[in-house]
Design a protein around this ligand. Structure first.
Ligand code: AP5
Ligand code: MG
Length: 230
């Protein structure tokens, strides 16, 4: 499948809502045409290289990394991948997290003449999310996500592609997870208002990615696959 118009989107959703899960499916569907950038994956990459950094302790506690650091990290990755170009399609996961980050993203995109054209919110009940988190395992080097019940690895405890061991995210314990969820709830409403005012916000609700993913695919196909009528 291919895009008739470049997709420039962000995805909002509580921790554990399935942002990473549905985006990896969407990237496979659109193969080389869609780049996803995840703020959490970028941070985990940095933490791997420098485990005793300030960033590592902020993430481990479930608080937010300072805006200036996060903005630089995202924009540097965009520059590296040349995602500010007109013809590139991309989806941002985990950024922006607050209205100040959203304003900075907008002004950078405006500068490049490339404004955001879709904001997706995944709306999943909190009881469902809390159940999921204890079953989540990741392959840290690639960011691949597994769930013991939803998408278990073929060999228990091992990554399907490399055979390397799977680990728990250090911030997926009960206390830190509760803190991340609380912070998300507090910050998402102003962010949703910011995008709803510009008619960009689309909310997809459901208890499972098997319900959410087909709706996401339909939305993206409808908005970006059909050549625009002149
Ligand atoms: P980040 O990595 O962005 O974490 P998050 O927002 O807390 O979100 P998650 O990755 O936990 O959730 P997800 O929705 O991707 O769910 P996933 O698909 O993996 O951020 C981590 C930290 O970095 C933050 O706390 C903060 O400190 C810092 N940070 C990041 N961005 C920042 C920013 N912009 N500014 C400042 N600081 C920032 O998981 C879903 C799980 O459920 C999987 O295990 C999946 O397999 C499983 N599952 C089980 N059953 C199902 C089912 N039926 N459907 C879907 N999934 C299922
Ligand atoms: Mg994620």
């Amino acid at each position: 499948m291919s895009f008739a118009t470049s997709l420039r989107a962000i995805i909002l959703g509580a921790p554990g809502a399935g942002k990473g899960t549905v985006l990896s499916k969407l990237s496979r569907q659109y193969q080389n045409q869609l780049t996803t950038v995840s703020s959490g994956d970028l941070l985990r990459e940095q933490i791997k290289h420098n485990p005793s950094s300030e960033i590592a302790s902020v993430v481990a506690s479930g608080r937010l990394v300072p805006n200036n650091l996060m903005i630089d990290m995202i924009f540097n990755r965009f520059d590296q991948l040349d995602l500010f170009s007109q013809d590139k399609s991309w989806l941002l996961d985990g950024f922006p997290r607050n209205v100040n980050q959203a304003i900075d993203l907008d002004s950078r995109l405006l500068h490049m003449n490339n404004s955001l054209n879709l904001v997706i919110e995944l709306d999943v009940p909190y009881e469902v999310i809390l159940n999921r988190i204890k079953n989540r395992y990741i392959h840290q080097p690639s960011g691949r996500i597994y769930s013991l019940d939803y998408n278990p690895p073929k060999v228990p405890g091992k990554d399907d592609v490399t055979g390397e061991p799977l680990t728990k995210r250090p911030d997926d314990n009960v206390e830190v997870f509760a803190q991340r969820l609380e912070l998300y709830t507090e910050l998402v409403e102003p962010l949703k208002d910011y995008y709803a005012d510009r008619d960009l916000l689309h909310t997809i609700s459901g208890d499972s990615s098997d319900i959410i993913y087909p709706q996401l695919l339909k939305l993206v196909e409808k908005k970006f696959n059909t050549p625009l009528e002149q």
